[in-house]
Ligand binder design. Structure first.
Ligand code: UDP
Length: 234
């Protein structure tokens, strides 16, 4: 497999073409951003943690029948994934109130929700990823009705699998963001599952082991990422 030109550079990852038309190489960076790029920094070692953690979790999800973009880890920062067309929706699942949900509905952070919720944002940096409902997504032709139904089904299945998995390492899954892609007429889980994209709380102390430490200047950011990595035992 030969690596070719860079085709995309995002906030946390670079994507390179390969000699396989339907495969790309993703390279994870230590760069961190928050608030739609307004806050910038570096979290030393983050790229390694996110790459290896995401790959580990995607393989676990594949074993449970959830299709993902994962193909092969090449090194601690680099992974070969299926070249998908990203559906421009950020899919957020919440088990407890936190962040924007707490603000929007006036519910204290950490409040247990009666049932898990799903919400979508329109993935568009210029607009600041606005909240969107499924009727808007259909009206804007961002995805088909069948795709949205499949995304919802997969997102809740991912939630069930991740809650159970994180419980075994004493971590509570508060909420997380997923992205899906189109690959040969099927919807597959893409992007990453990491402390950048999940709220992960220690089950006993409720210590935040995720990007909120960076967003909210709580300190010990690197330590939190490493703590999650250590507990994964990979
Ligand atoms: N999230 C993400 N990328 C985004 C926005 C949110 O990965 O651009 C994740 C975030 O880490 C959290 C969940 O989605 O686990 C819900 O985030 P929320 O809507 O509460 O946004 P925030 O409070 O970060 O603005």
């Amino acid at each position: 497999m030969a690596v070719k030109e860079m085709i995309y550079e995002g906030k946390a990852k670079k994507v390179f073409a390969t000699d396989q038309a339907d495969e790309v190489l993703v390279s994870y960076k230590d760069d961190a951003t928050a608030f739609n790029g307004e806050k910038k920094g570096t979290i030393v070692g983050k790229g390694v943690v996110n790459n290896r953690m995401s790959n580990h979790l995607m393989q676990m999800l594949e074993e449970k029948g959830i299709p993902t973009h994962y193909i092969k880890e090449l090194s601690e920062r680099d992974t070969i994934v299926k070249k998908v067309e990203i559906v421009p929706l950020e899919v957020i699942i919440r088990n407890k109130a936190c962040g924007s949900f707490s603000k929007r509905y006036g519910v204290a952070e950490g409040t247990e929700l009666k049932q898990p919720t799903i919400e979508f944002s329109y993935k568009n940096d210029d607009l600041g990823d606005p909240l969107i409902n499924t009727y808007h997504a259909l009206a804007l032709d961002l995805a088909s009705e069948a795709e949205i139904a499949e995304i919802e089904r997969l997102a809740f299945a991912v939630n069930d699998a991740l809650i159970a998995y994180f419980e075994t390492i004493d971590i509570e899954l508060v909420d997380f963001k997923l992205e899906f892609g189109r690959y040969h007429d099927t919807i597959v889980l893409a992007d990453e599952i990491s402390p950048d994209t999940c709220r992960l709380w220690d089950i006993h102390t409720h210590a935040r082991l995720d990007k909120d430490r960076f967003r909210r200047d709580m300190g010990d950011v690197e330590e939190a990422y490493l703590e999650v990595y250590k507990r994964l035992g990979i």
